[in-house]
Design a protein around this ligand. Structure first.
Ligand code: 13P
Length: 340
């Protein structure tokens, strides 16, 4: 894989008006989503759900890439076409989650370290053969009493950087995802402080591990009030503080930034992204886009409910959210479009 290709892939992932669909829920996580619609967590149901999402007509208009889980990368549509081919045909890049999940971090009660570096070069080589163009690794930083620790931030930044270097060497564009959780009762000031600390540590580690920033996409959380905080910061403040932290920490060389939604409602996640792009038009060194999981899928999942007859409605719900977020990535969204 030439470095020219990695640059082109990274750029395509954050192309104007497009973003990424995170559909890489592990078997356990998709089980929780299925519980909410009373669908059994079987391999066939997981396949049918992803088949429904990927077959959405015009999915490539606002979705540049889809992050898949190992099982999904190997699955096929009902007509026998591998999902990778379905996505390629729609002009959507297939990506793969390569981390093995967040595990308890020794001596740091309540904190986690993301695992999965063992054998990663070998797994990446296989994923490239299967058609993946980019990868994802999620680190989790929780805010709480005496948390995060500097141990947790340093360990996760290091693992993210090792992952990113291994991916680039194997020919995959790494999505670097340090998620500062929005659970908890902390205020937006605390979130801003922890996000700035985390991103500084991540970019130090990327430099130490020789990662080529032009061939990376950052997937951060937004600077936002904790879910249980009594005072919720308004949309424009979330947008302004998020952009301030990103400008302080993310080198202009990064190919782009695609946010996670992290438990925000779908319309709020769209409004935040729009506000950043509308308020700071022409002042940003990188494209600001989306890589939402729940905020893209929620409405579609609810419409689907596991029934074939609901597929058109579920696909329409996904297409709508993709279009709303595509507009937000351009700073051209309005809540008045939601009812159309
Ligand atoms: P959410 O947008 O639901 O946070 O998911 C994005 C993701 O990929 C988390 O790793």
């Amino acid at each position: 894989m030439s470095s020219h290709n990695l640059a082109a892939i990274a750029k395509a992932m954050v192309a104007p008006g497009k973003g990424i669909l995170a559909a890489d829920e592990s078997t356990g996580t998709i089980g929780k989503r299925f519980d909410s619609i009373n669908v059994e967590n079987t391999e066939e149901n997981r396949r049918a759900y992803r088949d429904m999402l990927f077959a959405t007509r015009g999915i490539g208009e606002h979705i540049s890439g889809v992050i898949l889980y190992d099982e999904t990368l190997r699955q096929k549509a009902a007509n026998g076409t591998p999902f990778v081919d379905v996505l390629n045909k729609a002009g959507v890049l297939p990506g793969i989650k390569v981390d093995a999940g967040a595990k308890p971090l020794a001596f740091c009660p309540g904190e986690t370290i993301t695992e999965g570096l063992d054998n990663l070069p070998k797994r990446c080589a296989e994923y490239v053969k299967l058609g993946a163009k980019f990868a994802k690794w999620r680190a989790v930083i929780d805010i709480g009493r005496d948390m995060p620790s500097s141990t947790c931030i340093a360990a996760n930044a290091h693992a993210l950087a090792r992952y990113a270097a291994i991916c680039q060497e194997a020919g995959l564009v790494p999505i670097v995802e340090p998620e500062v959780l929005m659970d908890g009762d902390h205020d937006i000031n605390r979130c801003e402080e922890v996000t700035e600390w985390t991103l500084n540590a991540v970019y130090d580690a990327l430099y130490m591990n020789r990662v080529v920033l032009e061939h990376t996409v950052l997937k951060p959380s937004m600077v936002i009030s904790g879910k249980k905080c009594a005072k919720q910061a308004p949309v424009d403040e979330v947008a302004a503080r998020t952009v301030r932290v990103l400008k302080r920490t993310v080198p202009a060389a990064a190919a782009g930034i695609a946010f996670l939604s992290g438990g925000q409602s779908d319309e709020v996640a769209t409004a935040h992204l729009h506000s950043m792009n509308a308020q700071f038009k022409g002042e940003l060194p990188w494209p600001l886009s989306f890589s939402y999981g729940r905020a893209l899928q929620q409405a579609s999942l609810k419409a689907w409910k596991g029934h074939r007859a609901n597929v058109p409605a579920a696909q329409a719900a996904l297409a709508h959210r993709a279009r709303m977020n595509g507009l937000a990535a351009l700073g051209r969204y309005s809540a008045t479009f939601e009812n159309k």
